[in-house]
Design a protein around this ligand. Structure first.
Ligand SMILES: Cc1cc2nc3c(=O)[nH]c(=O)nc-3n(C[C@H](O)[C@H](O)[C@H](O)COP(=O)(O)OP(=O)(O)OC[C@H]3O[C@@H](n4cnc5c(N)ncnc54)[C@H](O)[C@@H]3O)c2cc1C
Length: 305
């Protein structure tokens, strides 16, 4: 099928791009096009104007702030035109926040990662995508520019419903910020998909932080994020289940707790029962890996991955 007719603008600056959006309520931003173009082709979206931001300068940056190096929050700021491939290849970004590399290697296939942007994926708000869950689990945020100026949207407030974010139609997401991995913390990611690179039937990202005592393996904080399980990217606090020790029984309890919070449903890809079993198995597996990662980082002087 061919897209419905639309006008196309390729502004050379952010103010011009914002002006184009402001004049047309049924406009859409075009970044990598890896989600929008298929939607147009299937006529699941029919915007009257596409505002292509690929000629806007300064949006393709990836900036890494190391812990303790400046007054700024340590972490990775990914610009709106940084492709998944650029972020995945960025060694400093992967070192400062290892979950980026762990999750990005599961995002689609190489050709799609070469063009698709990490920020585009985040604002597209697909509950089957990896990067929205990663941003929410880490407590990151998006910087959005609109007619009223710039505002920060916490990942926690970004996801309203299926493919629905709190970004306004006349705003452009200029960057996403992923906080650095804290000392004595570890992360892990795993998913089950029919083929590596396909959308997952279920995926889990986990963050485990140990209490601030050298040599202690006691969990101070444990959270897991879920993709392809609920209608929005979802994060569940599992600290209570692991605070008494990371045993098989505690990990199984964490899986049951996550399941109760998420209540997965049937869809064309998997039954609710199968998806529930994936939540149980992946929650235990990924939390265990994140705990092991935290322990390993705590025992190395530079706390690198
Ligand atoms: C075959 C296939 C398989 C895929 N598999 C996966 C997968 O397994 N996991 C996964 O996470 N993704 C997958 N994707 C999607 C891919 O990761 C896209 O890169 C991503 O969803 C959107 O990024 P984009 O830059 O291509 O955005 P676009 O397609 O250009 O835009 C997507 C939406 O976001 C809006 N948007 C984009 N950027 C901005 C911005 N800066 N400000 C405001 N609005 C903006 C657009 O208006 C549009 O509504 C797949 C895509 C394809 C085609």
């Amino acid at each position: 099928m061919k897209p419905a007719p639309f006008a196309y603008r390729r502004p050379g600056s952010l103010p011009e791009a914002l002006a184009a959006l402001a004049g047309e309520p049924n406009a859409k931003v075009l970044a990598g096009g890896q989600s929008l173009v298929p939607l147009l082709s299937m006529r699941l979206a029919a915007p009257t104007l596409l505002v292509d931001i690929n000629a806007v300068p300064g949006l393709d940056t990836i900036e890494v702030v190391e812990g303790g190096s400046t007054g700024r929050d340590p972490g990775v700021t990914v610009g709106a035109l940084a492709r998944h491939t650029d972020v995945l290849a960025h060694e400093d970004a992967r070192r400062v926040q290892p979950l980026l590399g762990m999750a990005l290697s599961h995002v689609a296939h190489a050709t799609i990662r070469n063009r698709g942007t990490t920020v585009g994926s985040i604002v597209h708000a697909d509950a089957a995508a990896e990067m929205p869950v990663v941003l929410k689990l880490l407590g990151g945020h998006v910087e959005a520019e609109g007619p009223a100026g710039r505002r920060r949207i916490a990942a926690h407030d970004l996801y309203l419903g299926p493919l629905e974010s709190s970004l306004h139609h006349d705003e452009i997401a200029v960057s996403a910020f992923f906080p650095a991995l804290a000392p004595r913390a570890g992360v892990a990611f795993d998913e089950i998909a029919r083929r590596h690179g396909d959308y997952a039937l279920c995926g889990v990202a986990a963050l485990v932080r140990l209490v601030d005592e050298p040599g202690s393996g006691t969990v101070a904080e444990a959270r897991a994020g879920y993709l392809s399980v609920a209608e929005v990217p979802s994060v569940v606090d599992l600290t209570a289940e692991l605070a008494g020790g990371v045993t098989d029984a505690a990990l199984a309890a964490a899986g049951e707790r996550a399941l109760a919070a998420l209540d997965p449903a049937d869809d064309i890809h998997a039954t609710a029962a199968y998806r529930a079993q994936l939540v149980r198995v992946l929650t235990s597996r990924v939390l265990r890996s994140a705990f092991d990662h935290a322990v390993a980082r705590s025992s190395t002087p530079d706390e690198d991955e």
